[in-house]
Design a protein around this ligand. Structure first.
Ligand SMILES: Nc1nc2c(ncn2[C@@H]2O[C@H](COP(=O)(O)OP(=O)(O)O)[C@@H](O)[C@H]2O)c(=O)[nH]1
Ligand SMILES: [Mg+2]
Length: 196
């Protein structure tokens, strides 16, 4: 649900960072937020819940340059991954133009990633968004951890990337792969906007 503001000549796209609890969604947004110049961003909104570091949502417009005379504004949101925040996840997903699925690359987290991906599909479908066509990018985060703890991109693609969407390794703590991920999802969203 892209929003067009004709008077401001602005197109707004909503991108949701989804994934299991503690996969690194907040870390991605915080890194992006810290890199964007102050005059290009709104304030970051966090609605802290009881659980540590769980954000309700973050808001962040990033200027991507003009498209057909319109400025592109990205609104980035995170969802809390924990099972019991289902209602919040559904709310945040409403009207999403694109989704970044942040997976935890650790082998022992594979089941959590799969469950969260299934949860994403179910919640999108429930809202009338076609989960097979919504712009999606997979980020395999925490690739900095010791090699014997993490799965590589090929193994994670095998387990998670059924749609063969763009997938990227990342270390959100250091920022590696964070902007590549953002560019990939923004590109996919804008391609779709332009085709409409
Ligand atoms: N080693 C490592 N730790 C990370 C990375 N990204 C996030 N973390 C850590 O993982 C924990 C959960 O991150 P957070 O962003 O709060 O996860 P969220 O629940 O998905 O929002 C925190 O302790 C982060 O510092 C990463 O790329 N590498
Ligand atoms: Mg979080």
């Amino acid at each position: 649900m892209t929003r067009i503001n004709y008077s401001a000549r602005e197109v707004s796209c909503k991108i949701v960072y989804y994934g299991p609890g503690r996969s690194g969604k907040t870390t991605n947004l915080q890194y992006i937020y810290d890199q964007v110049p102050a005059d290009q961003k709104g304030s970051i909104v966090s609605l802290a819940t009881q659980a540590d570091r769980t954000l309700f949502f973050d808001f962040l417009p990033v200027d991507l340059g003009a498209i057909a005379g319109f400025t592109t504004r990205l609104q980035l949101y995170t969802v809390p991954g924990q099972i019991y925040y289902q209602t919040t996840r559904k709310l945040v997903l409403q009207g999403a133009d694109g989704v970044v699925f942040v997976a935890d690359s650790q082998g022992r987290q594979l089941e959590e990633n799969i469950e969260s991906l299934q949860d994403l599909h179910a919640n999108l479908a429930e809202q009338g968004i076609d989960p097979r066509t919504v712009p999606l990018v997979l980020q395999y985060n925490k690739q900095d951890l010791p090699r014997d703890l993490v799965l590589d991109v090929a193994a994670l693609d095998d387990a998670l990337n059924f749609r063969s969407v763009p997938s990227l390794p990342a270390n959100a703590l250091q920022g590696t792969g964070v902007f590549d991920t953002l560019r990939a999802i923004a590109g996919a969203v804008l391609l779709r906007v332009n085709a409409q």
